[in-house]
Structure formats: structure tokens, C-alpha cells
Design a protein around this ligand. Structure first.
Ligand SMILES: NC(=O)C1=CN([C@@H]2O[C@H](COP(=O)(O)OP(=O)(O)OC[C@H]3O[C@@H](n4cnc5c(N)ncnc54)[C@H](OP(=O)(O)O)[C@@H]3O)[C@@H](O)[C@H]2O)C=CC1
Ligand SMILES: CC(=O)[C@@H](O)[C@H](O)COP(=O)(O)O
Ligand SMILES: [Mn+2]
Length: 350
């Protein structure tokens, strides 16, 4: 059997490590390149354990850039899992050298959805994000609207959120993920990103969101004949990761399913008072410049919060106020860079 070659961008992170675990269990996949940031110890371990040919990071490399790594490996699949705007850049680099983009970095669709889709003309774009993988798996041409679920993040049990600390916010009730996305779950900015991501991937704007505490229903599609197809399963990223690698086959074995009991089917409305930035993000879904600003300001604000420079509720305030100051039209990636830079300056001034 000819092995499929895989490059992982963000190999030492939550998605990266789970991708490596999945590949270990699957037959016929070989990691030929990894990109990571600063975690030298883990990076070295991965390179050795998976006998990786090429690696690039801020601390350990045998090539001089991500582009060179991609050029040398020209992999069958790139798993894009670097967070933030750096992840947007590396995703665009990846699609020049691969046939399939397994996309975890939702920021690429948020900041540059139309540009990315155009650039992916000859590249398969398979979502890794759990809700989008779910919808991708059950989607068909009769879909009228879709539903994606949200956990409500660490703040869902709190009434007074103003003084919650980074330590409290980083305790996600369902998923074990990187710091940035975990904070975004609590503001539900992650879910606003996901509504935009779904809008780009499935090309419809009828997207509902409900809070669902157990994370066992990932999404649903409502068909024109009155049918609702629901995607149900444990919250385990290895399932969507494996699907993005093996699509259209299902080769990952995991005989483990949640029970059909009441608590696995509880859904509630999202509170606008508690999650203002989520509602704002939904409103700007068709405004690409504001979407770039939304992402940039959030990155700035989340870092400030994690460094204890601002209070939790100010993340949403900074994001909304920054977006309100940004207007314009995005024509190409240069425009995306420009708006990103400007939004960061504005957000940093708060
Ligand atoms: N975690 C999850 O379950 C999910 C994540 N996603 C998305 O996937 C992406 C990754 O998330 P997650 O895995 O949680 O993030 P993590 O923070 O856990 O991991 C980030 C990875 O990216 C690397 N990295 C960070 N900055 C750079 C950089 N400038 N250059 C090269 N490598 C870099 C890190 O390296 P190092 O640690 O060595 O510094 C690490 O390997 C995000 O876009 C997130 O929104 C989507 C759905 C679910
Ligand atoms: C695992 C995954 O897909 C995350 O994006 C998840 O959706 C985060 O949970 P929230 O629903 O809390 O944003
Ligand atoms: Mn998700």
C-alpha cells in the first residue's frame, strides 16, 4: 500500500498531538513534516518517535522556512492547526503544496474565507473543527438550515463573570484545547468564528446556535422535507481529525458511543447579556474587513487577559469597539494584512 504523506502545522498542540495519535492507530499514513512553535522537548520527541523527515520551528529546524518544508514534502495532506493570524498565513502557504487541507485553523476562513476557497480550487478543503466536520458528514443538497452547538465555556455556570481569572476561564467544561480557543469558548467568540466558518464552508446563512452542556450533539441539518439529521458522538477530536484524514472512507476504529439519555439532549438559548461578542460576530458575518478586525482584536485582547492586564469582560468590549472602528473592502490578502495590522493597533490602545 502506498502511504499517504501528512504534514502537521502545529504538531505540538492539542490538535497536532491528537493527529499524531490518530496516525499511529491508522494504517497507511506517514508524517513527513512537522511545524511547531517553542516546545523543543516535545518537538524533538515527535521527530524521533515518528521518524519525521523535515521539521521547522522557532527552536529546532532542519529547513529554513515553512515554505521550504512544504516544498520538500509536497504532502498528500496538510493538517493546519496553528492558532491565530500566524495560522492564517501558514494555511495559505500550505495550499500551494498539497492536495488536501484538513483545516482546524478556523481563523483562515474567518479572515479570508472567499480568498481561501478560491485558492483551494484544486485542493480538497476538509473541516476538522468538530461541529463543521459533523455538518460536513451529514450535509446534502436539501439542507435548509443548520444548527451548531456550543458548550457555553467555563463561564456558563457563573452569573458574575467580571472577575473570573485566567485559571478559571481556562477550565473548559467539555474539551481539552489550547489556551486561545479555550478563552474564545468562554466569550463564545469561538462560536461566532464557527458561525462564520460554517457560512463559508456550507454557503448558507441560516445557522442556529444552542448551548448544549454535554457536547454530544455536534450539529444538525434541517432538510426541506421536514427531516432533521443529527450528528451525535462523544466530544473527542480524534473522530473529526481521523475523518479529515481518511475521507471519504472511515478507517478509524473507536467502539465507544454516548448513551441515548436525557442529559445528552439538553439545549438552551444563548444569553446576549452574557455573550455579547457572539451576537456581534453573527452580525458581521458578511463584512470581511470587520471579520479580520474581529479576529485580530480578539487575539490582542485574549493575550492581554491571559497576562492579567484586563478583566475577562473587557475582551468582548475591546473586540466590539475595535470592529466598530474598521470599515473597508477586502480584495486580496494584502488587504487582509493591512486590516489585521490596523485592528491590532486599535485594540492595543484600549
Ligand atoms: N484544540 C481543539 O480541540 C480545536 C482546535 N481548533 C483550532 O485549531 C487550531 C489549533 O488549536 P490548538 O491545537 O488547540 O492550539 P494549541 O495552542 O494547543 O497548539 C498550537 C500549536 O501551534 C504551534 N504554534 C503556535 N504559534 C506558532 C507559530 N507562530 N509558528 C509555528 N507554530 C506555532 C504551537 O507550537 P508550540 O506549542 O511548540 O509553541 C502548537 O504546536 C486553532 O486555530 C483552533 O481554533 C479547532 C477545533 C478544535
Ligand atoms: C472541539 C471544538 O470543535 C471546539 O471548537 C469546541 O467547539 C469548543 O467548544 P465551545 O462550544 O465551548 O466553543
Ligand atoms: Mn468547534
Amino acid at each position: 500500500m502506498v502511504e499517504k504523506t501528512v504534514v502537521i502545522l502545529g504538531a505540538t498542540g492539542s490538535i497536532g498531538i491528537q493527529t499524531l495519535d490518530v496516525i499511529k492507530k491508522l494504517k497507511g499514513y506517514k508524517v513527513t513534516g512537522v511545524v511547531f512553535g517553542q516546545n523543543k522537548k516535545l518537538g524533538e520527541k515527535i521527530v524521533k518517535e515518528y521518524n519525521v523527515n523535515f521539521y521547522y520551528s522557532q527552536v529546532l529546524s532542519n529547513v529554513s522556512s515553512i515554505e521550504e518544508l512544504l516544498e520538500k514534502t509536497t504532502p498528500d495532506i496538510v493538517v493546519a492547526a496553528i492558532p491565530g493570524f500566524n495560522g492564517v498565513i501558514s494555511t495559505f502557504q500550505a495550499i500551494k503544496f498539497t492536495k488536501r487541507l484538513a483545516l482546524a485553523t478556523k481563523e483562515a476562513l474567518v479572515c479570508a474565507g472567499p480568498l481561501l476557497k478560491k485558492a483551494c480550487k484544486d485542493v480538497e478543503l476538509i473541516p476538522v473543527d468538530s461541529e463543521h466536520s459533523a455538518i460536513f458528514q451529514i450535509f446534502d443538497e436539501n439542507v435548509e438550515k443548520i444548527l451548531i452547538t456550543a458548550s457555553g465555556g467555563a463561564i456558563r455556570e457563573y452569573d458574575n463573570i467580571e472577575n473570573l481569572t485566567p485559571k478559571e476561564i481556562l477550565k473548559h467544561p467539555v474539551w481539552n484545547m489550547g489556551q486561545k480557543i479555550t478563552v474564545d469558548s468562554s466569550t463564545m467568540i469561538n462560536k461566532a468564528f464557527e458561525v462564520i466558518e460554517a457560512y463559508e464552508l456550507f454557503e448558507l446563512d441560516t445557522i442556529d446556535v444552542l448551548i448544549h452542556p454535554t457536547g454530544t450533539v455536534h450539529g444538525a441539518v434541517f432538510l426541506k422535507d421536514g427531516t432533521v439529521k443529527i450528528h451525535f458522538g462523544f466530544p473527542d477530536m480524534k473522530i473529526p481529525i481521523s475523518y479529515a484524514l481518511t475521507y471519504p472512507k472511515r478507517m478509524y476504529i473507536n467502539l465507544n458511543w454516548p448513551e441515548f439519555k436525557g442529559e445528552n439532549f439538553i439545549f438552551t438559548e444563548v444569553s446576549e447579556e452574557k455573550y455579547p461578542a457572539f451576537f456581534y460576530g453573527k452580525k458581521i458575518i458578511k463584512d470581511l474587513a470587520k471579520r479580520v478586525a474581529f479576529n485580530a482584536a480578539d487575539e490582542v485582547a485574549v493575550n492581554m487577559f491571559l497576562e492579567s492586564k484586563i478583566k475577562f469582560h473587557n475582551i468582548s468590549k475591546i473586540v466590539i469597539d475595535t470592529c466598530e472602528k474598521i470599515n473597508g473592502k477586502i480584495r486580496d490578502l494584502e488587504d487582509v494584512f493591512e486590516v489585521d495590522k490596523l485592528a491590532r493597533q486599535i485594540a492595543n490602545n484600549f
